[in-house]
Design a protein around this ligand. Structure first.
Ligand code: GLN
Length: 474
């Protein structure tokens, strides 16, 4: 069977009798088996997916199937899926099973998507290379000596190597867009609050967003349309209506107004080949009659520091619940309550998670709170105001998704600061709560994929998808 790259192709093939959900599930299961060495899946629900496929095939035959019939999906290991394992790539949740479905997962299943498995990721979604998982790293399918990006590395590789059609990941600072760029696929994060976070294990609650990996813009748009929208279980979710994104992919008639940051494109640290690929795209946009302008954004120097102060602060609070009492792992070496807490957390969490809990606790400590946490909140506001202001005169901001293409395993593990630089261009959208997407934009001379990032104003996902489709059709 050939690999399909969109649900509409699949639906067409099912209609013509060329395939069925059962055959699709077999195809993906075979690919998962053949690509085991990539370590993308932590759990594969073969029996269940086969059974579910039979039911969906029956519904299709009867004309009662949901919008996502024919879509086989994978879930990052931070999303609650009732009665299935959930470990956030960590030993501290050893043996834990979800008691309920997260809202996004529930909505996908309701529309007849078939869940094929649970995907590897950096522990508690902290990382940029998928090397922080307690279950070992995920390998990039384009070159097995390179990382897939993180933290949703397993979810990206699963789509890259046709182990499922669509994956749900999460993006707190780039964890969907950055691995999408490294793996040559599409990765989007919507506006903060567009998708309910109910059933998503929190890393940094004011940044966290579910994000979507796919090979086609249509599938990305359709998946968002299904999972977005108000939800009584998340008080931060937006009440505004969800447009039918998949029906609004037509480019607008007037030329677009696009900004790019001079200091990004001309700044140090940006790989030359990525720079060239962005410049070529900008030139193409100009040639098409769009307005493309360079702007200065001096606050760019502060996006990473603000992000890492605020997210570690939130993480230190969110992760305090993993104490050996309520969930998963409990140390057996403890002699009293206090050592039980200490040993459970010391043994259960990995190095990067502990580093962030300590950093976060430090920036929130009474004597340093104002110097770090309060200041970073103020900086966040300045960045948000400046970005919103810019987007009031332009439709989109275009940036590289990443400063480099996928790097070698182990290349940045010795120095956490070096690893944090991988998020240089992605964290701004999360600091500002804005929708952003990474689309494939060529390859470097080593054959590794390059991503192009587009950021839009809040709740302009429809325009973001239409514009991305327009750019991908060249
Ligand atoms: N790499 C970033 C971090 O480690 C982003 C993570 C994410 O988006 N979940 O914080």
């Amino acid at each position: 069977m050939k690999a399909y790259s969109s649900l509409s192709e699949i639906k067409e093939a099912i209609k013509k009798g060329e395939t069925s959900c059962r055959e699709l599930v077999e195809f993906y299961l075979r690919n998962i088996e053949d690509n085991k060495h990539l370590n993308a899946f932590l759990d594969v629900y073969a029996g269940e997916a086969r059974e579910h496929a039979k039911q969906v095939d029956k519904k299709i035959a009867e004309g009662t199937a949901g919008k996502l019939a024919g879509m086989v999906i994978g879930l990052k290991d931070v999303l609650c899926h009732k009665d299935h394992g959930l470990q956030c790539g960590s030993n501290i949740l050893e043996g834990f099973k979800s008691q309920f479905n997260g809202t996004a997962v529930e909505r996908l299943i309701k529309e007849d998507a078939i869940v094929i498995g649970r995907q590897n990721c950096d522990e508690f979604a902290m990382g940029s290379s998928n090397e922080n998982s307690a279950f070992g790293p995920v390998l990039n399918a384009a070159d097995n000596s390179r990382v897939p990006g993180g933290s949703s590395g397993g979810s990206a590789v699963a789509v890259q190597a046709d182990m499922c059609l669509v994956s749900l990941g999460t993006d707190t600072g780039g964890s969907v867009r950055q691995p999408a760029a490294f793996c040559g696929i599409i990765g989007s994060k919507p506006t903060y609050g567009r998708i309910s976070r109910y059933g998503l294990v929190a890393y940094a609650s004011s940044f966290d967003s579910i994000g979507i990996f796919s090979k086609s813009i249509e599938d990305n748009a359709l998946t968002l349309e299904v999972i977005a929208g108000k939800d009584e279980f998340d008080s931060t979710v937006s009440q505004s209506e969800v447009p039918a994104y998949s029906q609004k992919l037509q480019k607008k008639d007037q030329p677009y107004r696009i900004a790019y940051f001079r200091n990004t494109l001309e700044g140090e640290g940006l790989n030359e080949e990525i720079k060239t690929s962005v410049e070529q795209k900008l030139q193409w946009l100009r040639d098409q009659g769009n307005t493309v302008e360079a702007v200065d954004f001096p606050l760019l120097d502060y996006v990473l520091p603000a992000y890492y102060i605020l997210t570690t602060a939130e993480a230190s609070s969110n992760l305090s619940r993993f104490d050996g009492v309520k969930y998963g792992y409990r140390s057996t070496n403890a002699v009293n309550l206090e050592t039980m807490y200490k040993k459970t957390r010391s043994e259960g969490f990995g190095t990067e998670v502990k580093r962030r809990i300590m950093l976060g606790t430090f920036v929130l400590s009474a004597s340093y709170y104002d110097a770090y946490y309060t200041k970073a909140q103020k900086v966040r506001r300045l960045i948000k105001d400046a970005t919103d202001e810019l987007l009031s005169s332009y439709d989109f901001i275009i940036m590289p998704t990443t400063p480099t293409t996928a790097f070698k395993l182990g290349e940045h593990t010795a120095d956490p600061l070096e690893m944090y630089l991988a998020d240089l261009y992605t964290v701004q959208a999360n600091l500002c709560g804005l929708p952003a997407i990474s689309i494939p934009n060529g390859k470097d001379s080593a054959g590794m994929p390059i991503g192009l990032q587009v950021v839009a104003s809040a709740f302009k996902e429809d325009e973001l998808f239409a514009f991305s489709k327009y750019m991908m059709e060249t």
